[in-house]
Write a protein that binds this ligand. Structure first.
Ligand code: ASP
Ligand code: MG
Length: 435
């Protein structure tokens, strides 16, 4: 007998935002009832943002606020449960209750020295809730589904909020645990975004990391294909919330997808593509609103030509660095700067140097830029421009560049044969522009 084909599906927060959305997902899955599927889910709707508020309040000593926000989330969850089930399954009620209690326990202790550690312990709750809820609902709908704790499978180092996957251990655990569950149940449902250190402390893989989780399972299980189900028809030439006249791209190469996501096309998490490419596993981006439409297929290069593809990243800071003694920015300076860039975890999206200055455009996260500037203050003078947008255009044409630049202040520009990037000052109102 041929081994059954296995596919991996990822459903993000928007596809699970409320009871009707979860019903829609179940209906999609019914059309795959005869297949083996690993289903990776994100937290429902905007749960992760809500949990970030909880984590922040707790870290700042405002336990009251943290508790209040957690209770709001618990009530919202129970409302969804009541809308989905005529009678709440007692096991679901018990496991949801345990999950909320486990976070309340965190509040009994003072915040940890490491905010990132506390963040992961609290924010991981979102995926644990949604996975319990959706797995219970699929079983209720006659789709035999095993719930799997991703923390028993995805092992990371202890870089909290951005765990680095320990591949050999992860591979071994997935190969050991998942196939028997698939054999027995058909569907295995697990959480995106979360993992665990080898000492069993919960970690997360970075915001929007559920796509990456699905890619890790796809890789380790040699999946036939992976699908990400979204509220858009596929990969679009630009973000439809920002631009008019966007169109769907039917096919993309892995390389093109890596380039686009790296520069902030938020459709797929940037780490997702590489594991799939390594095993030539096709990635489909499909619509949960129109599940039978074709979507976008991402595979090896087939010599495609592409229209201009635009990615916009907000919350960028331009850091201009020059030596205090006006000497050239020489190699040993750059070495020193990069050491501090690494320790403060600045994420660089663009860089350029001239004789006496070095410029980087980075994601403006927490107080990382301040900490970096302080660390280099003895030898370097810095100026920082905040609230910038980084616009990246692959396969640019002059017309598109002109149109995107209009009405904005250009702070830094870089051109390669296929990629043009510009850091510009954001305009306060989002303006829709013709592509
Ligand atoms: N729930 C997490 C987030 O919102 C992970 C994900 O959705 O991919 O960032
Ligand atoms: Mg998402």
């Amino acid at each position: 007998m041929q081994p059954q084909q296995l596919n991996v599906f990822k459903f993000g927060g928007a596809s699970l935002k409320d009871a009707p959305a979860i019903r829609n997902v179940a209906n999609i899955l019914k059309t795959f009832a005869d297949q083996q599927l690993v289903i990776v889910v994100s937290a429902m709707g905007k749960t992760t943002n809500a949990l970030e508020v909880v984590a922040r309040a707790y870290a700042q000593g405002d336990v009251e606020l943290a508790k209040q926000k957690l209770t709001e989330l618990q009530n919202a969850t129970l409302t969804t449960v009541r809308e989905l089930f005529e009678q709440t399954p007692p096991e679901l009620e018990a496991s949801l209750n345990d999950l909320f209690v486990s976070v309340e326990w965190v509040f009994d202790d003072p915040p940890n020295e490491s905010y990132d550690y506390d963040y992961d312990q609290i924010v991981s709750l979102g995926e644990l809730i949604s996975s319990q809820l959706v797995a219970a609902f699929l079983n209720h709908e006659g789709l035999p589904t095993a719930w799997l704790d991703a923390r028993d499978c995805i092992i990371t180092d202890n870089t909290y909020r951005e765990g680095w996957v320990q591949w050999p251990e992860t591979q071994a655990r997935i190969t050991r645990q998942v196939p028997p569950l698939l054999e027995r149940h058909g569907f295995v449902l697990t959480q995106g975004f979360i993992g665990s250190t080898s000492e069993n402390f919960t970690t997360t893989l970075g915001r929007e990391g559920s796509d990456y989780s699905a890619a890790i399972f796809s890789y380790c299980l040699d999946a036939e294909s992976m699908s990400i189900w979204k509220d858009v028809p596929g990969v679009l030439t630009a973000d439809p919330r920002l631009f008019e006249n966007v169109s769907k791209v039917d096919r993309l190469s892995y390389k093109e997808a890596i380039e686009m996501t790296y520069y902030g096309a938020s459709i797929i998490h940037p780490k997702t593509i590489k594991p799939l490419q390594n095993k030539s596993i096709p990635l489909h981006v499909r619509s949960f609103i129109d599940p039978t439409s074709s979507g976008t297929e991402i595979t090896g290069d087939a010599g495609d030509t592409y229209p201009p593809l635009v990615a916009v990243e907000k919350n960028q800071a331009l850091v201009n660095i020059s030596t205090r003694d006006f000497s050239f920015v020489a190699e040993h300076h750059i070495k020193e700067l990069f050491e501090h860039i690494t320790t403060t975890r600045l994420q660089i999206n663009m860089m350029q140097n001239s004789a006496i200055s070095f410029n980087v455009v980075v994601n403006d996260i927490d107080d990382r830029v301040e900490r970096f500037c302080k660390l280099i203050d003895k030898d370097f003078k810095t100026t920082v421009d905040r609230d910038l947008e980084l616009i990246t255009i692959r396969h640019y044409t002059n017309q598109v560049v002109e149109s995107l630049r209009r009405g904005k202040v250009l702070m830094l520009e870089g051109r390669l044969p296929l990629t043009l990037q510009m850091a510009v000052k954001e305009v306060p109102v989002i303006r829709r522009k013709e592509l």
